[in-house]
Design a binder for this molecule. Structure first.
Ligand SMILES: Cc1cc2nc3c(=O)[nH]c(=O)nc-3n(C[C@H](O)[C@H](O)[C@H](O)COP(=O)(O)O)c2cc1C
Length: 489
């Protein structure tokens, strides 16, 4: 009987075996023997990838004297017990684009399979310059699709089948090129054709040089794709793998992509099930007359994202929204109000609740009177004098209310002395914690997509790095779930 020595295998076979063995939690030698056993036994269920690897191992071993096989049958993949199979039964079509971050897509396959998902992989021609189909096939335990005009796959219009058989299509890394193709409706290779043919949700994890990411063309394409309903995760800020440059463009880490997938497929844990949570969002409009009002620059993006994140964790969310130009979040009950007084009334009617998160930028003052008719500009009379009065303080009102929720979270939008002002607000308003964000003009927080916040509580100040408003929302929702867990009602 010949011996099978891993050292004698060529490098690409070794790499494929290493990844495959890691995915199944077995040694490389066990995995090689398993591939050979299935190959020799003529197992009809073996995949194209098994056959490729089987042939490659044979070719590597035969010059060293060949081998006999007296090997155990391939056992079921050993799943490490710490992973909940929350993606069990879900089918993910992963499109790997041609960027340096393609190596992370291999880890993503592993992470998805650990959680019970079936992963099919499409690789662009450029992606194959960075990672091999052998590795992707070994990790996904399936044939890797690369060619739109493949004679074997296309006899039954395989690209349509591929795009429809999945529950979710994930593009990681999403190159500038793939984003441009989908934003403009191109279908010039298998990846872009699948993307345009699918009727399933699509999640993109962009990765590119910061200059490419900030180019107006990429920004335009991203905005178009978002309008078309494509979901995004990342990119993050950080060092680029290929150069000394740093900036926004790093692909989200595989586990962040997994979290985004779980959120899109709504399979994540529901620690807030049975909890009622009030969220306020957006600006308020304080009328001067029927056509004029006092407002602020709040877009509602952060508050709406928090409402959506809490709903994803299973909460019964009641969103009280001022006038905003964005859509109501899915799975959330939204009440639309205009003024601070209307917001206060709506919030009070929603009590009792388990938690309340006051994100809205409520106007501090309003005009004492609102004219019934449009105030006319009269030559020689000058502008009207507005007498301003204070609006109700909704956060303080609920923070000291007899029906106070167990957890009260306020937001402090400040342009100076951020932490000191937030600490003062915490004490004065009876909040459990204050999310402080710097809304000075340079930060671009008001109306922008990113935020950098500090969580100020009696325990101290926790500074979070800059991230997207969606990511802030996800982290804050997790924090609220954690805090509510320790509060018994
Ligand atoms: C070394 C190298 C690294 C690259 N990294 C990226 C990248 O991270 N992101 C990106 O969008 N394009 C990157 N490119 C350019 C893409 O590979 C190129 O635009 C290609 O056409 C993308 O094809 P695809 O979108 O079909 O995968 C890189 C090119 C090279 C040569």
């Amino acid at each position: 009987m010949g011996t099978l020595t891993i050292r004698s295998l060529n490098d690409s076979v070794k790499q494929a075996l290493r990844e495959r063995a890691a995915a199944r939690g077995v040694s490389m030698e066990e995995e090689a023997r398993s591939v050979l056993a299935n190959g020799v036994s003529g197992d009809a269920s073996r995949s194209f990838q098994d056959e490729t690897l089987y042939a490659a191992i044979r070719r590597s071993v035969e010059p060293h004297g060949g081998f006999d096989v007296d090997l155990p049958e391939r056992g079921p993949a050993r799943r490490p017990p710490q992973f909940a199979a929350c993606l069990s039964g879900k089918r993910i079509l992963l499109i790997i684009g041609g960027g340096i971050a393609a190596y992370k897509a291999l880890d993503l396959i592993r992470r998805l399979r650990e959680r019970g998902a079936a992963v099919r992989v499409v690789m662009t021609a450029a992606a194959q310059e960075f990672v091999t189909t052998l590795s992707a096939g070994a990790l996904s335990a399936d044939h890797v699709f690369t060619d739109l005009f493949d004679r074997n796959d296309e006899h039954d219009v395989g690209h349509i089948r591929l795009s429809r058989e999945a529950d979710l299509v994930v593009v990681a890394p999403a190159t500038a090129d793939l984003m441009a193709k989908l934003a403009n409706g191109h279908a010039s290779d298998l990846a872009s054709t699948v993307l345009i043919a699918t009727d399933k949700p699509v999640l993109m994890a962009p990765a590119m040089n910061p200059k490419m990411w900030s180019h107006p063309a990429t920004r335009r394409n991203r905005a178009t794709l978002q309008k078309d309903g494509i979901a995004f995760v990342g990119p993050a800020k950080g060092e680029m793998a290929e150069s000394n440059e740093a900036g926004e463009g790093r692909m989200a880490e595989p586990l962040e992509i997994v979290a985004a997938i779980e959120a899109l497929l709504d399979v994540g844990p529901k620690p807030l099930a049975g909890r009622k949570i009030i969220v306020t969002s957006g600006p308020t409009h304080e009328p001067i007359d029927p056509v004029r009002y006092i407002a602020n620059r709040s877009s509602g993006k952060q508050g709406h994202a928090i409402a959506a994140a809490l709903a994803r964790l299973g909460a019964d969310v009641r969103l009280v929204s001022g006038p905003v130009g964005i859509a109501d979040p899915a799975e959330v009950t939204t009440l639309h109000v205009e003024t601070a007084n209307e917001m206060k009334d709506a919030v009070e009617q929603l009590l009792p609740a388990d938690a309340a998160v006051f994100v809205a930028a409520v106007a501090d003052w309003r005009s004492e009177t609102s004219a019934g008719e449009k105030i006319k500009k009269v030559a020689g009379e000058g502008p009207p004098a507005l007498q301003m009065i204070e609006n109700p303080d909704i956060l303080a009102g609920v923070g000291h209310h007899k029906k106070r929720p167990s957890l009260v979270v306020g937001f402090a939008a400040e342009t100076q002395d951020l932490v000191r002002n937030a600490e003062a607000k915490l004490r004065k308003k009876g909040a459990d914690f204050i999310v402080a964000n710097d809304v000075s003009h340079e930060g671009g927080v008001m109306g922008g997509d990113r935020n950098r916040v500090r969580i100020v509580s009696k325990a101290g100040v926790d500074e979070w790095p800059e991230m997207s408003k969606d990511e802030v929302a996800t982290r804050l929702a997790a924090l609220i779930a954690e805090r509510l867990k320790t509060i018994t009602v």
